[in-house]
Design a protein around this ligand. Structure first.
Ligand SMILES: [Zn+2]
Ligand SMILES: [Zn+2]
Length: 341
């Protein structure tokens, strides 16, 4: 089918560095041509993830010079390669962080494709959704549940999926006590799933506005991050990229508790005290990306439980401002970039 030709406006990480310094620029790029097994997606909305900030500022190494960030894309299929089956023009799809894997390594074969050494990522290894169009391998595109609108669905595609994987990694028992350290885009989606599944949720965050949001969503308590939750925790998830909170969260765990560290980027963890922070079989687990199965499970749960992102929209042309606002903590919930028309 016909591929729209010509150029489009797209954001490009021209010079990785502080986002206020202007290294993320709005430029003209050719409309991408989908490969044999790829979809061309017209971007309607793209969520702003903290990882985009890490890509723009060079906290993550450059994988593709001049890359277009963005991996929480809701769009419609505009064209596709000759080998694609099962999609038609106009289908609504989501494009997420995990872009491709080799499908053949030991990790992929055992269902842990999130650990694939050959994995590639949207908005890091390949151009993402801070643009009018993007591409995605059809096998990694997500069909989106009906009834969820574009803007509130976009943050589900990374923040939501990662939060869900972090929740799985936290091994929360049914009806268990869950602590969430940090309460931004990912945590507020994770909290909704945990609450809908019967957990008692305690939120620990510096932001007074985030504490209010947590209580509105049904958290049992919301306190400052250095305070102790009102009861011992079966599981905790560290969403804040702050390694110094690892021992804080470990001390809040009950015996046998699990701490799941959700971030792709974390400051150094200070030395741990064995008896108060690790003994009694407490565990610390990292969370690395996600599998497509995680995404499918989460999107189904989100639709069933009415999980909604609290969003703040920006026109696509203001992406750099959205990242600066994210960095400065000027909003709670999730920013979403919206294309006109
Ligand atoms: Zn693999
Ligand atoms: Zn992300």
């Amino acid at each position: 089918m016909a591929v729209p030709d010509g150029t489009m406006r797209a954001w490009s990480v021209v010079a990785p560095g502080p986002v206020e310094a202007g290294g993320l620029r709005l430029v003209d790029k050719p409309v991408p041509v989908p490969g044999q097994d790829e979809l061309l997606v017209r971007v309607r909305a793209c969520g702003v993830c903290r990882t985009d900030l890490h890509v723009a500022e060079g906290d993550l190494p450059v994988h593709r010079p001049g890359v277009t960030p963005g991996h929480e894309v809701v769009g419609v299929v505009a064209a596709f390669g000759a080998a694609v089956r099962g999609f038609v023009a106009g289908d609504r799809v989501g494009v997420a962080w995990l872009r491709s894997t080799d499908g053949s390594c030991a990790y992929c074969v055992r269902g842990a494709e999130n650990l694939c050494p050959a994995s590639r990522y949207t908005g890091w290894d390949a151009d993402g959704g801070y643009a009018a169009y993007t591409t995605v391998p059809a096998a990694f595109a997500h069909r989106l549940p009906a009834g969820l609108d574009d803007v509130t669905t976009a943050p589900l595609l990374c923040a939501g999926i990662i939060g869900y994987r972090a929740l799985k990694r936290a091994a929360l028992p049914p009806g268990g006590r869950l602590g969430l350290y940090g309460f931004g885009g990912s945590a507020h989606l994770c909290a909704q799933v945990a609450l809908a599944e019967g957990a008692r949720v305690h939120v620990l965050t510096r932001s007074a506005a985030a504490r209010r949001l947590a209580l509105e969503l049904g958290a049992a308590s919301a306190r400052d991050v250095l305070q102790t939750p009102p009861e011992p925790l079966d599981s905790a998830i560290l969403f804040a990229p702050a390694g110094e909170l690892v021992p804080v969260a470990l001390r809040a765990l009950d015996r046998g508790g699990v701490l799941s560290v959700a971030g792709i980027h974390l400051t150094d963890i200070p030395p741990l005290r064995y008896v108060s922070e690790l003994f009694y079989e407490k565990e610390v687990r990292s969370v690395t990306s996600n599998t497509r199965a995680d995404a499918r499970e989460f999107l189904a749960l989100a639709a069933r439980h009415g999980v909604r992102a609290t969003t703040h929209t920006y026109p696509m042309a203001r992406a750099a401002q959205a990242l600066a606002d994210l960095k400065a903590g000027r909003f709670d919930g999730a920013a979403v970039l919206v294309n006109d028309g």
